[in-house]
Design a binder for this molecule. Structure first.
Ligand SMILES: N[C@@H](CCC(=O)N[C@@H](CS)C(=O)NCC(=O)O)C(=O)O
Length: 207
């Protein structure tokens, strides 16, 4: 049985939820109590020494880090569509996973932590990182349907939640039409699940 240890309001956890559902996988969710710092308990640290969610277990396999979990699920349960075998394409995919852990975390994610949860941040720096990232995404998606290739792969799932949640970080996502078109494409996928606070396509709003 697959088990996901998660916070309900975490975009990193949402990546994993979305991937599990797009792959049609059954799993059990364990809500980690962040208010009580359960992620820092001895038993949790045994699964993730950084004391963070998400963590996914699958039998004896224990994986920390949302990007790593996406790669595991794609390789273990998905077809090549989700995680390319081709060396150049795989490198493109890893580049976007790296962007998820770096620019996305330091920009849109950090702005959301500030405006939604009151975290103290360097506002100017986070806004600059976010603006730069959004322009890179807009430029790429102006000519492509997805980030790394012509169909969805784990790279898109890794970037998706914190871009869809960008309005909670006071980012005007509608100013980037190629990005909202990409968000809409993902929201139209069979098995798609959203979370509160995400930008929604008109179709999603009406459903
Ligand atoms: N690189 C990690 C980051 C994980 C992360 O930042 N988790 C946050 C929730 S989104 C967390 O557990 N925060 C609580 C803490 O650090 O104590 C990933 O992608 O999974």
């Amino acid at each position: 049985m697959i088990t996901l240890y998660e916070f309900a309001l975490s975009g990193n956890c949402h990546k994993v939820r979305l991937m599990l559902l797009l792959l049609g996988l059954q799993y059990q969710s364990v809500a980690v109590n962040g208010g009580e710092q359960q992620q820092k308990s001895e038993s949790f640290i045994a699964m993730n020494p950084f004391g963070q969610v998400p963590v996914l277990t699958d039998g004896e396999v224990v994986i920390r880090d949302s990007q790593a979990i996406l790669v595991y699920l794609a390789r273990q349960y998905g077809d090549e569509q989700w995680l390319p075998n081709d060396a150049a394409l795989l490198a493109q995919c890893i580049a976007w996973l790296s962007t998820a852990a770096n620019e996305l975390a330091a920009g849109p994610n950090r702005l959301r932590l500030h405006f939604k949860f009151g975290r103290t941040i360097n506002l100017d720096e986070s806004r600059q990182v976010a603006a730069n990232l959004l322009q890179v995404l807009q430029n790429r998606l102006a000519n492509h349907s997805y980030l790394a290739t012509d169909h969805i792969i784990v790279a898109d799932i890794a970037i998706y939640p914190y871009i869809a949640l960008a309005p909670e970080g006071m980012i005007d996502i509608e100013a980037y039409p190629a990005i909202t078109a990409w968000l809409s494409r993902i929201q139209a996928l069979p098995g798609y699940i959203g979370m509160p606070g995400m930008w929604q396509s008109q179709k999603e709003r009406l459903s």
